[in-house]
Design a protein around this ligand. Structure first.
Ligand code: C2E
Ligand code: CA
Ligand code: CA
Ligand code: CA
Length: 278
């Protein structure tokens, strides 16, 4: 055997080899799974002032052998491999089809659907045209669609981001800044982007009652949103106490397990109907 401690040994580590194989297999499964209908959109209700005003669309993968695969596993892989482009387009199309369906029902017609957009997807040439074409072909109203973007994605090229957003915004598409507070500390870019909403990351909401730092971060984000004229939505709200804390800070928009986990379209619609005034 080769001498231990040699650098080269690392490259023959069988567990690393297995990991790479595993990854390649999963990537191939993703490609095939999209064609075979293994992906599904789930919907998590978003509340404002006690009413369900919309949902966040969250992707689910039902793998035939592995069972349920978490998006925190397959989304980063899809982003690396480029598979996020067809996958992201599929999500957008499903979301717009759902919106077009809801538009026919007075109880659902006002709902806004938030769709996560990955960096690679947002930056690809023709992204704006793709969104507009999807809206047009499905008949979904642009103002019912909200795109959730992350700081890293937007800051990569602020001018280009602003251009893309402004064009989509002129048709009525909304924009939310996801995971706010976890990324960059420079806030000057916030004024340059046509955002509608800041989303407080769930990592700050989780311990908001016990960690004074998280509490002051939440207060700061709410104040920042107010001063910039942006709606602030909290994610990951699991308890009444967290929701009440947010309300005391005048943050009335939230989503979280307290109301519902992400669920398939049908139970989501049932939930909306159950919440609607009689
Ligand atoms: P995210 O955009 O930050 O989505 C919020 C995540 O928090 C979701 O995890 C949601 O199920 C979870 N969550 C919601 N409420 C609560 C709560 O009260 N407590 C806790 N502990 N968690 C809560 P999920 O569905 O596993 O998605 C993970 C991430 O995968 C998302 O984070 C997003 O970055 C990505 N993702 C999911 N679907 C898509 C998609 O269609 N496209 C893209 N590009 N990314 C997606
Ligand atoms: Ca999101
Ligand atoms: Ca988030
Ligand atoms: Ca997150």
């Amino acid at each position: 055997a080769k001498a231990a401690g040699r650098d080269t040994l690392r490259f023959y580590d069988p567990s690393m080899h297995a990991l790479a194989n595993e990854r390649a297999a999963l990537e191939e499964d993703m490609r095939a799974g999209l064609a075979k209908g293994e992906f599904e959109l789930y919907y998590q209700p978003q509340v404002d002032h006690g009413r369900i005003v919309g949902a966040e669309a969250l992707l689910r993968w039902h793998h035939p052998q592995r069972g349920f695969v978490s998006p925190s596993v397959f989304i980063p892989m899809a982003e690396d491999s480029g598979q996020i482009l067809p996958l992201g387009q599929w999500v957008l199309e499903q979301a717009c089809l759902t919106l077009a369906q809801w538009a026919c029902d007075p109880q659902l017609a006002e709902l806004v659907l938030a769709v996560n957009v990955s960096p690679r997807q947002f930056r690809q040439a023709g992204f704006v045209q793709q969104v507009l074409a999807t809206l047009a072909s499905t008949g979904a109203a642009p103002r019912r669609l909200k795109l959730e973007l992350t700081e890293g994605l937007l800051l990569h090229d602020v001018n280009e981001s602003a251009t893309r957003m402004t064009e989509l915004k002129s048709y009525g598409v909304g924009f939310s800044l996801d995971d706010f507070g976890t990324g960059y500390s420079s806030l000057s870019y916030l004024k340059r982007l046509p955002l509608d909403q800041l989303k407080i990351d769930q990592s700050f909401v989780r311990d908001v009652l016990t960690d004074p730092n998280d509490a002051s971060i939440v207060r700061t984000i709410v104040a920042l949103g107010a001063s910039l004229g942006l709606q602030v939505m909290a994610e990951g709200v699991e308890t009444v106490a967290q929701q009440e804390f947010l309300a005391r800070q005048h943050c009335y928009a939230w989503q979280g397990y307290l109301l519902s986990r992400p669920v398939p379209a049908e139970p989501f619609v049932a939930l909306v109907r159950g919440h609607a005034p009689a």
